[in-house]
Design a protein around this ligand. Structure first.
Ligand code: MLT
Length: 337
């Protein structure tokens, strides 16, 4: 291209740029999305997909910036921020939503959800819809998608734990969630409630010996560097909703609200696929890095019996009544209590 042509092209490009920059019709909004986990976690994978989808569905009018690793505060703090409208979104473990909207506790009751398929059925069906409404009412946040992270397993730095007797001298960190605290109490130990954002340091400095979370989270958070032993207690299937500030949701046009919900659904489906395709390899990688994985001796029977008998009845009222639990059990094809 000769100089004159080059100049003409440069001028016409400049015109486009000026036209774009002086046009008041188009500005991009970037939503802030908090996450408690690191890169490679279900939360992160979900968040990236949500951003991709929201950009696509709004023609780039909206995007999202992910702030992982509790950069915007502990998971429970981000619920308060979103409720106040000072944060747009947060992706957090369901157990950290329960203190703000107790009926969500149905998803934290030990041994209720026993597979990814059951988690999908509940979250994406009638039960999930009711919990979305309750969370808007109680906490001022709207669940617009669900990430699936797999079963929570116990890790510790001290010794192999195969029985409840083995657990008795292990100091375990739990989230600030009454149901989980009571579950450990039913197993005979007094756990240490602690914010997620403080957990890695507490494990590293051996303030606590162990914690529980799914394999995908253990790997993403590099817990293998501070924990050696894993027990497959599988007592809670970890669901991690994307919550949006209800005030910010209501400030959007119906078209943008629809785009948010559709992007949330796409990310939800993608999250299930990610878990199915990656969990086994992640578990294998943790073994290769030196983690020792045990199943509870004699199956999970003693863990299940102690936890369900002591904990379920205590939370009938807060989850909305025994009937709610029975409705879920019926949906899952199990015996009512
Ligand atoms: C917790 O243990 O507090 C959460 O499950 C952590 C997480 O969000 O992964």
């Amino acid at each position: 291209m000769n100089y004159k042509n080059k100049l003409t092209k440069a001028l016409s490009l400049a015109t486009v740029v000026v036209a774009a920059s002086t046009s008041s019709a188009w500005t991009q909004t970037s939503w802030k999305i908090a996450g408690g986990d690191s890169q490679g976690s279900s939360q992160h994978v979900f968040g990236l997909k949500f951003v991709e989808e929201i950009e696509k569905k709004t023609g780039d009018q909206f995007t999202g910036a992910l702030f992982m690793n509790s950069q915007l505060g502990s998971e429970q703090d981000t619920v308060t921020e979103a409720s106040l409208g000072t944060l747009d979104f947060s992706i957090i473990a369901i157990n950290n939503v329960t203190p703000f909207s107790p009926t969500v506790g149905i998803f934290t009751l030990p041994y209720v959800i026993q597979s990814l398929e059951e988690a999908q059925l509940l979250t994406q069906g009638e039960v999930g819809k009711e919990l979305v409404e309750n969370t808007v009412r109680d906490a001022g946040v709207r669940i617009v998608g669900w990430a699936y992270t797999g079963f929570r397993v116990l890790t510790n730095s001290k010794k192999p734990v195969k029985t409840l007797a083995d657990l008795q001298d292990v100091i375990v960190r739990v989230p600030k969630n009454e149901i989980m605290i009571d579950t450990y109490k039913a197993w005979g130990v007094n756990p240490t409630p602690m914010a997620w954002s403080e957990t890695f340091t507490a494990l590293q400095q051996q303030v606590v010996d162990g914690q529980d979370n799914p394999y995908v989270t253990i790997d993403a958070m590099k817990f293998d560097t501070v924990q050696k032993y894993v027990t497959n207690i599988r007592y809670i299937f970890s669901i991690e909703p994307l919550i949006m500030s209800e005030a910010i949701f209501q400030a959007q046009t119906p078209e943008i609200q629809k785009a948010v919900l559709e992007a949330g659904l796409s990310a939800t489906r993608y999250s299930a696929k990610f878990l199915q395709e990656n969990e086994a390899a992640i578990k294998q990688r943790l073994v290769e890095k030196g983690m020792v994985i045990d199943d509870p001796a004699n199956g999970e029977k003693e863990w299940i019996e102690k936890a369900t008998q002591a904990v379920w009845p205590r939370y009938y009222d807060s989850i909305g009544g025994k009937d709610k639990l029975n409705k879920v059990l019926r949906l899952l094809g199990r015996n009512e209590v």
